[in-house]
Design a protein around this ligand. Structure first.
Ligand code: IMP
Ligand code: MG
Length: 198
């Protein structure tokens, strides 16, 4: 796979030499991600005109999606972040969610759009939505860049979805394995050896 096929977006790094031995294949290129976010941003711009939009990001994975998606939204908006416990270096979901950092905003009367990197089992999101709904926002919706096909354990209404991907562990564009790979501008799978070394 050449640097060009991975996709380059202006001056973003598309080639991180130290990651190379661990990368298996690129599922979604940088250009495909940006084109999709532009579409999602356009829909959001239409849907939220005249409202008080608050983007809520779930750290850490969502920070990259959030930064780019927000710049495709042609409306005033505000940002807030939450941190919840994840499953560390493990690649399986535990269903256990703990709030490590709460929002700064009072949500009452705000149009809240939760921005997620990936919806896997959906357990994290389900918990968060229930928690946020209790704070009386004017509206509550979700934008997720990725959604794993067929394995959602819970029924979730995701208003804006970027890509459906196969049930494989992916990294890049905010998504990590053992905290690495978040700075790749594309979404990729890892070689089995990458997990063995962690
Ligand atoms: P869920 O609760 O199973 O939907 O997973 C929620 C979180 O797990 C996501 O926000 C990610 O941080 C992480 N996660 C799930 N699948 C992947 C993956 O394929 N790569 C990296 N992180 C993942
Ligand atoms: Mg993670």
């Amino acid at each position: 796979m050449t640097v060009t096929e991975r996709g380059s977006v202006s001056t973003l790094a598309t080639y991180v030499e130290a990651y190379e031995p661990d990368i298996d294949r690129v599922l979604i290129s940088a250009e495909e991600i940006q084109a999709k976010l532009a579409e999602m941003g356009e829909r959001i711009s239409q849907d939220y005109a005249g409202r008080r939009l608050l983007l809520v990001g779930v750290l850490k994975g969502a920070f990259v999606v959030m930064a780019d998606l927000a710049r495709y939204v042609r409306l005033p908006l505000e940002f807030d972040f939450m941190a919840v416990s994840s499953y560390g270096a493990a690649t399986k979901t535990s269903g256990v969610v703990r709030i490590l950092k709460d929002l700064d905003h009072d949500l009452e009367g705000l149009d809240v759009l939760v921005v997620e990197d990936i919806v896997d089992s959906g357990l994290t999101l389900k918990y968060l939505l229930k928690n946020l709904a209790g704070r009386k926002p004017a509206s509550l919706e979700v934008a997720a860049l990725l959604r794993k096909e067929g394995i959602q354990q819970v029924n979730l209404d995701i208003r804006y979805t970027g890509f459906e991907i196969p049930n494989e562990f992916v990294v890049g564009y905010g998504l990590d394995f053992a905290e690495r790979f978040r700075n790749l501008p594309y979404i990729a799978t890892l070689r089995p050896e990458a997990y063995a070394d962690a």
